[in-house]
Design a protein around this ligand. Structure first.
Ligand code: NAD
Length: 356
């Protein structure tokens, strides 16, 4: 079985790093890597010892399984052999007809973002791996822009108060942001609609902000559900009170398959101190701040607003390593004795395979 690995088109990461390529070879697969695939993540062609390094057209034509982090451009699908198994993040919750388009072309697809968020699948969960990096990088990005210290400083030239950081959404990214901001010495408050988040926030030494009456649904697979207008209004009021004192707000609140809730309207941004920073990790799904522009940093009345949901891309070496380890754990499930073996009785395979 030939596994092809493509170079990402506008992303510094690579889906398979050299150490994982070796382990895939041990599973009996033949690896064909697009020349330069790992270059931006710090892995040159020579590092992929034992793999075939070939050009993109050859990888596309000669692979039984084709791996990339981002889906390949539609016009390249034509050059693939029928029945090729594509493994990427197809985001079918947002790109609603992607499964049909792939099926029409005679292709099969595994979407890594559809792997269930269960204990059993934890080692394959690319969303968590990347969200954790994004949470860490969001804090570092804010600290870089902020014209103030994060930690308290007592110096001969005077004392500096610690910065106040408000985190909205305490899922994987939010919790990593809390831990990172605490390590840098900031005072941290966080909010989430899931009550389970309270204990996690407090165990990291941050204060949990309570807004009563959030809707929860145990049937939503651990994900948050959309809140009603009354709740969002009360939440915005609570956020506004805290935003006025905050130096940094990191927003990560998302509801799967929906536009992100607006938790920081313009009126709140206008009440923040000049020089304060908002990093909006929900930018790609509309943003939690009303003024966010995806993939841009803007300034509004002295407040910096960074809209970026792809911060994992800014730490490409470790992001690629974790991504590749997640992929390896998944591939071990679907490769038996060097051949593809898709067991649709398995819940993980069943959920991730989007071209049934
Ligand atoms: P996500 O990226 O979908 O959303 C980020 C956070 O925003 C979530 O914690 C969500 O509750 C919160 N949120 C949504 N609407 C909000 C609002 N109006 N106000 C405030 N917060 C709001 O979440 P995620 O980080 O991908 O995690 C989703 C869930 O999956 C969590 O329950 C997480 O613990 C769980 N999870 C489980 C596993 C596992 O068991 N293997 C792995 C990863 C995540």
């Amino acid at each position: 079985m030939r596994i092809g690995v493509l170079k990402e088109q506008s992303d510094k990461r690579v889906a398979i790093v050299p150490a994982v390529a070796k382990k895939l070879a041990d599973l009996g697969a033949t690896l064909q890597i697009e020349s330069g695939a790992g270059a931006n993540a710090g892995y040159d062609n020579n590092a992929y010892d034992g793999a075939n390094i070939i050009d993109r057209a050859a990888v596309l034509q000669r692979s039984d399984v084709l791996i990339s982090i981002n889906p390949l451009p539609e016009d390249e699908l034509k050059s693939l052999q029928k029945n090729t198994l594509l493994i990427s993040e197809f985001k079918p919750f947002f790109d609603k007809d992607v499964s049909e388009r792939l099926k029409t072309q005679g292709l099969r697809a595994i979407s890594m973002d559809m792997i269930p968020r269960t204990t059993l699948a934890q080692s394959m969960d690319v969303l968590s791996s990347m969200a954790s990096i994004a949470g860490y990088k969001a804090v570092l990005t804010a600290a870089n822009i902020l014209p103030r210290y994060f930690p308290m400083m007592i110096t001969a030239a005077g004392s500096i108060k610690p910065s106040k950081v408000l985190i909205l959404g305490a899922g994987v990214a939010g919790l990593q942001a809390i831990a990172t901001a605490k390590r840098l010495g900031a005072q941290v408050e966080a909010f989430d609609t899931r009550t389970a988040a309270k204990q996690e926030v407090e165990s990291l030494g941050a204060r949990f902000v309570e807004v009563a009456g959030a809707k929860e649904d145990t049937g939503a697979g651990g994900y948050a559900v959309e809140q009603d207008e009354d709740f969002i209004k009360r939440q915005r009021e609570e956020v506004q009170k805290r935003a006025m004192n905050a130096d940094v707000i990191i927003t990560t609140a998302q509801v799967r398959g929906r536009k992100a809730p607006i938790l920081v309207p313009s009126s709140t941004v206008e009440k923040m101190k000049p020089g304060s920073v908002i990093v909006d990790l929900a930018a790609s799904t509309g943003g939690n701040c009303e003024l966010t522009q995806d993939r841009q940093t803007i300034q509004h009345k002295g407040v910096f607003i960074v809209g970026n949901s792809a911060l994992a891309d800014e730490m490409p070496e470790d992001a690629s390593t974790l991504y590749a380890n997640n992929l390896l754990n998944f591939l071990k499930l679907i490769i038996k004795e060097g051949e593809l073996n898709l067991d649709f009785e398995n819940e993980i395979v069943q959920s991730a395979f989007i071209t049934h």
